[in-house]
Design a protein around this ligand. Structure first.
Ligand code: SF4
Length: 477
């Protein structure tokens, strides 16, 4: 049995944010369950900040939501406003200092902040906050945003609206002071952010699945460039920046978002099934079974089977009780991690020609192991069908995609990739096919990792640990 040290051959997730204002409700517990629903967006750290109108309490720690919080800790965080965050490191290492919400003094109180996305002008902002006199504690761009807000006078909404023009890149953010919660989103709307109505209050979240989890009803998206203030007295919206070209990350629909979330009016599950339907029309294969790799490959596999008339079957069982190796973002750490995530169903696979549907290939290393695993279990042919176009370019907006030199499709032809991973044949969904499946024009999405056409200028240096100090040195300024 080959080791599957990576769970899948995918881009790494990003972060999830959550906020709630609900007088007389247990907001820490609501935030806990909201974050639980967003756990797929980041498994490295989790945190909640709660305001009772006088003080803000912040608890954050490395680990899964269920490991960071327990009954006593939730009970100790009383209040009526809260924000929460789950993190996968896209800028800055996985260490406690980089866990969120970030909290900094502001006026007589605190401002706490949770960020999903990645800024592209962090270097300039870093110089700016240092010049303001801020002593950097973490290595994330999220701290820079919090610091900028902490130096702005006036209401939190005013401060956010003053800081937003300084930020470039992708950001969907929740920020909290003792009296205000403000949710705001970059003018391209790269990362999702939605508002829901709760009995007696409001909720904001990265995805609608978190609204469902806490019993909130979807109200609307936070618009690109919009800042929404939620207080004990109600909701106020301000269009802080004019929306520019909409550029929602299309990978949210392909892989990141939970299948039961709704993006652009359609469940993510349906979008993925439609990608499989289009893929089957574009790149059919002669086979006995269509199989999907659990969990994110499954809806596209079902769509492929539906369109091709080839029966669908599960062929691989995933051990759901093994922690996701995404917790360990470096290759070195992965090799120390859990080895076995999948077990093939030999009785189903043996002697069969398989169409194996997956949603993406990044480096190819795990795909190679997966194909080998299926062959070892008796598959006579493995026709790999990928429900997204080839990933050719890195992401600068909050997704850990690897460098271009590590992206297998950027360095090999489709035939060479097929040979490299050991597949009988390989085909990717075309860009046109992806748009047909999405049912919306290409112009409303970011598709830069497929096309290299970045909707927001990208920085020259973008390694995620670029702000880390050399070993033994003080944090750089
Ligand atoms: S580059 Fe790719 S992963 Fe990054 S925001 Fe754009 S579509 Fe999403």
């Amino acid at each position: 049995m080959p080791d599957l040290t990576d769970e899948r051959d995918h881009p790494e997730e990003e972060c999830g944010v959550f906020g709630v204002v609900a007088p007389s409700q247990d907001v820490a517990r609501i935030a806990f369950f909201g974050l639980h629903a967003l756990q797929h967006r980041g498994q490295e750290s989790a945190g909640i900040a709660v305001s009772d109108g006088t003080h803000i309490i912040v608890q954050r720690e490395l680990g899964l939501v269920s490991a960071v919080f327990d009954e006593p800790s939730l009970r100790s965080m009383t209040g009526d406003m809260a924000i929460g965050h789950v993190r996968y490191s896209t800028t800055g290492k996985n260490k406690w200092d980089n866990a969120q919400p970030v909290a900094l003094p502001r006026g007589d109180g605190l401002v706490a902040l949770g960020h999903n996305g990645n800024l592209t002008n962090s270097d300039a902002l870093r110089r700016r906050v240092v010049a303001l006199g801020h002593e950097l504690q973490a290595t994330t761009d999220s701290e820079l945003i919090t610091a900028l807000i902490s130096y702005e006078p006036g209401s939190l909404l005013d401060a956010v609206c003053n800081v937003m023009p300084l930020l470039q890149g992708a950001y969907s953010i929740v920020a909290l002071t003792e009296h205000e919660l403000v949710a705001f989103r970059d003018p391209n709307g790269v990362r999702p952010l939605v508002i829901g109505r709760l009995d007696g209050g409001f909720v904001v979240a990265s995805e609608t699945c978190a609204l469902d989890q806490v019993g909130a009803e979807f109200e609307r998206e936070v618009m690109a460039g919009e800042a929404v203030r939620i207080t004990r007295d109600g909701v106020e919206s301000r269009q802080a920046l004019a929306p520019v070209r909409r550029a929602l990350c299309i990978f949210e629909a392909i892989y990141f978002a939970r299948p039961d979330s709704i993006l652009d009016g359609e469940t993510v599950w349906e979008s993925r099934r439609d990608m499989g339907i289009v893929l089957a029309g574009e790149s059919p294969a002669m086979a006995d079974l269509v199989v999907g790799l659990p969990d994110s490959g499954t809806p596209a596999a079902i769509g492929f089977a539906q369109e091709s008339g080839i029966p669908y079957s599960e062929a691989v069982v995933r051990n759901r009780y093994v922690g996701r190796s995404f917790i360990q973002p470096s290759q070195e750490m992965r090799q120390l991690g859990v080895k076995l995530k999948f077990n093939p169903l030999g009785a189903i696979i043996a002697g069969k020609r398989l169409v194996v549907v997956d949603d993406s290939i990044v480096r190819g290393t795990t795909t190679r192991k997966t194909v080998q695993m299926l062959r070892d279990a008796g598959a006579t042919e493995v026709h790999l069908r990928i429900s997204s176009p080839p990933i050719m370019w890195p992401c600068f907006y909050g997704i850990d995609m690897a460098d271009r030199s590590d992206l297998i499709a950027a360095n090999m032809s489709v035939e060479e990739v097929a040979a490299s991973v050991g597949a009988t044949s390989l085909a990717y969904l075309t860009l046109d096919g992806l748009q047909r499946a999405m049912g919306r024009p290409a112009s409303v999405y970011c598709r830069a990792c497929f096309t290299g056409e970045y909707p927001i200028p990208v920085p020259d240096a973008s390694g995620k640990e670029r702000f880390e100090a050399p070993t033994g040195a003080a944090p750089s300024r």
